[in-house]
Design a protein around this ligand. Structure first.
Ligand code: DGJ
Length: 726
């Protein structure tokens, strides 16, 4: 087979080589986007185009105009000294790869088309399947690889990214999330400059507390919500990750995403297959908002467990009683919440431990038997009480963890993540330890924790699955010496195995992923969880920022947002109950407080707000989100709108974040409405007199082009408007 030779000098000048016309063009199509590949047998797999949808008849034009024409999965070795997606050490010590297309297949799935291109090394029995799943009901393409070989001995994977995309240089900006405990998902946007931009995480367990494996790439200058071309990318991996954008020369940015290979070289046995996690890509011509809505649709249609089911309104006991749970206060909270219209009660941390009771956060993790001093009749009595009070029941666990003060650790000291030769460093409470989830025995144990709870309490409705420690002791008693470098990866593959088992047996059990707040907001886990806890910070003002950032990639149905007490336990800020509800209502509404501390007026407002949320819940949880005024915009205001997919109904939210005399207040324009329809406006959660627009009808066009004047007097004013098409 003739090999095509590239002329680096020409490429350096930005002149692209065009394949001969007989090359095999693969159009990977979603309803509104296309990724065009050249899979010419015996040659490198090339990516030619990613953008708005094109048809086969447009392909010639793409090449004639100048295609991207870069390797679709760059491997280290022959001809490649740049950043790569794949790098290995063969059984004989050779460190190069020279991959060529061997063939491709296309398979139709229920909601997607799966295209697989098989690459084979020209010399070694080493194969990579590059896979692309293009969805029919959202504009998302997932790409990943399956790496295997038949060499005589193990091949060492040194770098094994999920995917790669070249992006044309222009005024290109990236937006991504970073943060910390209580301040997750803070948004940052920056222009791409020459050099290597790396977003990576090495936490090992709760990998989205400080930053996220997702990125928006705005191609037309400073990112805008509703305008401009945007590529969105989300890596579906719960462990350590690395996103790289390499900007070299004047022509292309090179974007890579995958498992972080640092301290994670992977020994692949002959015949063994290594599947990299999916990298989900979207392309939008409607700005950041369009890319977000594509991710949200994709998530609801399968990437979040039970993504189309409506979520219940819950009360979680944590900020109400912290670890001091007992039969009386749990029952009291259930009863009070039920009287407010609540649907689900969740008992948080503090309910377990026999020999070592969980009275402080320094013991008992792993000992998942009821503390009978606090709860003499165990969990079954609470489930029964919940039934009596007309709410469903949920429970907190942290099953991947233990404490040095626990029966579990006394019995299985070798089950913790730690090099056998060293003493462990402890986490929370000075005694927390992470269990070694790469160990199948530990996997069985974790499955057993959930299984036992479910067997004992068949009507248990919800589990809050927490994870409050990073991997701080690198090493495994279970993994052999030559596979110690598998720990970061095998921990998460092990976790997936457990979650698969749980989901196979208990598909209806509702589960929340929590990790010291938002440490596990990741598409690596969302196929197994209905939702995640967005942040331990429940301060409504700071939540506006956290929720805004999180919504770049995650749908409202997956975002657990709770109304908490005032003054707030994290910031000490006093915020009116209305504002707290108005902020929490843009996601899966819940409460995180002791209802009995509320006065009658607050209870009445809460009762009404809960009833209102039930009415608008389908639009909020299943509708399209339009972010309008950003809290990061320094205007002192924030607004957004949720619109039913058929635009028959919408809910608009506006918040005042600062309060000054003679303060400028914008006129509030809407987005995401049908310009041709008329909408009747009703203010929800209203505390003052009706505004002039109350009950009146406006065209979608008017509301989007002219908007409304909203009276936003005083501190922490907020408005929620329901728009119903007539
Ligand atoms: C951390 C979580 O984020 C909190 O909501 C709470 O569940 C505590 N853990 C309990 O220990």
């Amino acid at each position: 087979m003739k090999k095509i030779v590239f002329l680096p000098a020409l490429i350096g000048l930005g002149i692209m080589y065009v394949y001969p016309a007989h090359a095999k063009d693969l159009l990977i199509n979603t309803p509104r986007t296309t990724l065009l590949l050249q899979a010419h047998e015996g040659h490198d797999l090339r990516v030619a185009y990613y953008g708005s949808r094109i048809e086969a008849s447009d392909v010639a034009a793409v090449y004639a105009a100048g295609a991207l024409n870069r390797s679709a999965y760059p491997a280290f070795g022959a001809g490649c000294q740049d950043e790569t997606a794949l790098s290995v050490r063969h059984a004989d010590g050779n460190m190069t790869l020279d991959m060529a297309v061997q063939g491709s297949t296309v398979a139709e799935e229920a909601n997607a088309t799966l295209t697989t291109v098989t690459l084979k090394d020209r010399l070694y029995p080493f194969t990579v399947d590059v896979c692309y799943r293009a969805y029919k009901n959202s504009d998302v393409i997932e790409t990943w690889t399956v790496i295997s070989h038949n060499e005589k001995k193990n091949v060492r994977l040194q770098q094994y990214a999920s995917g790669f995309l070249p992006v044309r240089i222009g005024d290109v900006w990236i937006s991504h999330l970073h943060g910390n405990w209580g301040a997750e998902a803070e948004l940052t946007a920056e222009p791409l400059q020459p050099g290597l931009k790396v977003i990576k995480n090495t936490d090992g367990a709760r990998n989205t507390q400080t930053d996220h494996p997702e990125i928006m790439i705005s191609l037309d200058g400073r990112p805008e919500e509703n305008r401009g071309r945007v590529i969105g990318a989300a890596l579906c991996w719960s462990g350590n990750y690395k996103l790289r954008v390499d900007t070299r020369g004047k022509h292309l940015h090179y974007f890579f995403a995958g498992i972080n290979e640092e301290h994670s070289e992977y020994e692949l046995k002959p015949g063994q297959r290594f599947t990299t996690p999916e990298l989900a890509l979207t392309y939008s011509e409607e700005g950041l908002g369009g890319a977000s809505r594509a991710f949200h649709r994709w998530a609801r249609n399968g990437k979040v467990h039970n993504g189309t089911a409506l979520r219940d309104i819950l009360l979680n006991s944590w900020e109400g009683v912290y670890l001091n749970v007992n039969q009386e206060n749990m029952e009291e909270m259930m009863r009070d919440f039920s009287a407010l219209g609540g649907e689900l009660f969740v008992m948080d941390d503090g309910w377990f431990g026999e020999k070592y009771r969980r009275v402080k956060d320094n013991s008992s993790l792993g000992d998942w038997m009821t503390d009978t001093v606090k709860l003499p009749q165990g969990v079954p009595a609470l489930v029964k009480a919940a039934e009596k009070h007309g709410v469903k029941f949920g429970i907190w666990i942290e099953p991947e963890m233990t404490n040095s003060k626990s029966e579990l650790y006394e019995k299985h000291p070798d089950w913790i993540v730690c090099p056998p030769q060293r003493n462990p460093i402890h986490g929370r409470g000075g005694s927390q330890l992470v269990l070694d989830v790469s160990n199948p025995k530990v996997q069985d144990f974790i499955f057993g924790v959930v299984d036992h709870l479910m067997q004992e309490n068949p009507s248990l409705y919800y589990i809050k699955w927490d994870c409050n420690m990073s991997i701080m002791n690198y090493g495994s008693h279970y993994l052999t010496a030559d596979r110690q470098s598998h720990l970061y990866v095998d921990f998460h593959l092990g976790l997936r195995k457990v979650l698969e088992r749980i989901r196979n047996k208990y598909p209806k059990l509702v589960m929340q992923a929590c990790a010291s707040g938002g440490g596990r907001a990741t598409y690596g886990l969302m196929p197994y969880f209905e939702e995640f806890w967005v942040s331990d910070n429940t301060d409504a003002l700071q939540r506006l920022f956290i929720q805004w950032g999180t919504s770049y990639f995650y749908p409202s149905c997956a975002m657990a947002q709770h109304v908490s007490a005032s003054p707030n336990h994290q910031t000490g800020r006093r915020i009116p109950l209305k504002f707290r509800f108005d902020v929490a209502m843009t996601g899966r509404l819940g409460m995180e407080m002791q209802p009995k501390t509320m006065n009658d007026q607050e209870k009445e407002f809460t009762r009404q707000a809960i009833a209102t949320y039930k009415e608008i819940r389908p639009v909020i949880q299943q509708g399209d989100q339009y972010r309008i005024l950003s809290p990061y915009g320094n205007s002192g205001f924030c607004s957004e709108l949720y619109s039913a997919p058929d635009k028959s109904e919408a809910v608009f939210f506006a918040y005042k974040m600062e309060n000054f005399v003679n303060q400028f207040t914008p006129r509030f324009r809407m987005d995401g409405l049908d310009p041709a329809r008329n909408y009747r406006i009703t203010e929800l959660n209203r505390t003052g007199n009706p505004a002039g627009f109350e009950g009146k009808t406006f065209s979608g066009k008017f509301l989007m082009e002219n908007g409304l004047e909203l009276y936003m007097g005083g501190e922490f004013a907020s408005k929620v408007l329901r728009l119903q098409a007539e």
